[in-house]
Write a protein that binds this ligand. Structure first.
Ligand SMILES: C[S@@+](CC[C@H](N)C(=O)[O-])C[C@H]1O[C@@H](n2cnc3c(N)ncnc32)[C@H](O)[C@@H]1O
Length: 403
């Protein structure tokens, strides 16, 4: 393995932006790659993957470097040395550069042997999160963590409004993009590739969407002609899937509190040829009130901790804390309480999160059902665990409004 000084400098720059300037990892990497258009695919992959991996293993790497917690404001000198630790840990060697001359491979390896005996260090997560995880999921937590530290597969959802899965797989194969089919409308790539520039993506033949996320829309058991409300639609990943399942017949009202996300949804809907989606910004209470009792199906894909998708967004674990977790839970319960009556009597609601914690999932549904004195019943619920599925962690509950 040959390391290039300028690429490692870009990784150090990215880490500073993420941890010192508190920017989002995906945005930082996107910006750095955009401003270096001359880098080839291998260099781009090196910068993106090294940065993501160092974010993922942040706590462990600091422990290996100096046996203490990560500093709040690491200096560039420290970040260079941290890269040296990463290089030894991942590639088996430290680049022979002046910045890294103080590193001692034997000491680092000894610290690694110690770290292996402590789960929160070995899996590189904050202490409070390890305590909460083991309390909530005593049987599964130790197996879930290594799965959340893997690199995620690239999964696409075929837009069945425009093409069949077999036809799309064939089109991609012609460009040496190998895929294999998974549940329902999904294809998983055999190796990581950037698909955004393909003609097929630009023509709306598919969207990038993890397999677990693709399990949410089918849980609504929509049929053509239904009236569906997607109350936390965001950029519309699941809204578009619903439109495809409804064969573009009926109506979907996509709500969100963020105008920029709904704008993005409109662009994606146009590309996908999904024209039954009407987006509405929730900018006052009346927006919700006007929709009471009107939906055959209601999707509440609520904001959550994102613990189930740490493989994609490893920086999330460093941004969460117990106070944020409490706010997230309160917000989820408020959305359940305030929006569930958008569903008509006899209609169904799907509540979903990309979290594996019962406190955001089963316990929220239980609390909601208890507060509603029999007006809603639970039809089914499932938690998709990453170590069992190989995909993101998700929770999906289906409720019926009976009163
Ligand atoms: C998990 S994300 C939704 C992802 C989206 N369903 C998808 O599949 O792409 C949760 C969304 O809820 C929105 N949100 C937050 N508070 C809300 C509220 N009170 N009412 C409606 N949406 C809200 C956020 O802006 C965010 O887009």
């Amino acid at each position: 393995m040959k390391f290039h000084h300028n690429l490692v400098a870009a990784v150090v720059h990215a880490l500073r932006a993420i941890f010192v300037e508190q920017q989002y990892a995906d945005k930082v990497i996107e910006r750095i790659l955009k401003s270096n258009p001359r880098w080839g695919a291998r260099d781009r992959g090196f910068v993106a993957e090294s940065t993501y991996n160092m974010v993922r293993w942040w706590r462990l790497l600091w422990f290996l470097l100096q046996q203490t917690e990560a500093p709040k404001q690491p200096t560039d000198e420290e970040l260079w040395r941290l890269f040296g630790v990463w290089a030894l840990h991942h590639h088996g060697l430290i680049p022979p550069w002046a910045e890294l001359s103080s590193l001692n491979a034997n000491q680092i390896n000894e610290r690694m042997a110690h770290a292996r005996t402590i789960r929160a260090l070995r899996e590189s997560i904050p202490e409070w999160l390890d305590i909460q995880g083991i309390q909530e999921l005593p049987e599964q937590w130790t197996d879930i963590l290594p799965a959340l530290n893997q690199q995620a597969d690239v999964v696409i959802r075929v837009n069945t409004l425009k093409i069949s899965r077999a036809d799309l797989a064939e089109l991609l194969q012609k460009q040496a993009i190998e895929t294999s089919p998974i549940e329902a409308d999904g294809l998983v790539l055999s190796k990581r590739q950037n698909l955004f520039k393909t003609q097929e993506f630009q023509n709306g033949l598919f969207e990038l969407q993890d397999a677990s996320s693709q399990a949410v829309a089918p849980a609504l058991t929509v049929t053509t002609g239904m009236r569906v409300i997607d109350a936390c639609a965001g950029g519309g990943g699941k809204t578009l899937h619903l439109a495809a399942l409804m064969q573009n017949k009926g109506k979907i009202i996509a709500l969100d509190v963020e105008a920029w996300k709904l704008k993005n949804l409109q662009i994606r809907a146009k590309r996908a040829g999904a024209d039954i989606i009407e987006s509405r910004l929730i900018d006052n209470r009346k927006v919700i009130k006007r929709l009471y009792d009107s939906a055959d199906r209601l999707l509440l894909d609520v904001p959550c901790s994102g613990l189930g998708v740490l493989r994609r967004n490893p920086d999330t674990k460093w941004k969460l804390n117990p106070e944020v977790m409490a706010q997230v839970r309160e917000h989820q319960q408020q959305i359940l309480q305030n929006y569930s009556y958008l569903c008509r009597q006899g209609g169904q609601i799907v509540y979903s999160t990309c979290s594996v914690l019962p406190s955001e999932n089963q316990l929220q549904i239980q609390a909601f059902l208890e507060s509603q004195a029999g007006k809603f019943t639970l039809l089914s619920e499932k938690t998709l665990l990453p170590h069992l599925t190989g995909f993101d962690g998700f929770y999906i509950a289906v409720l019926e409004r009976v009163g």
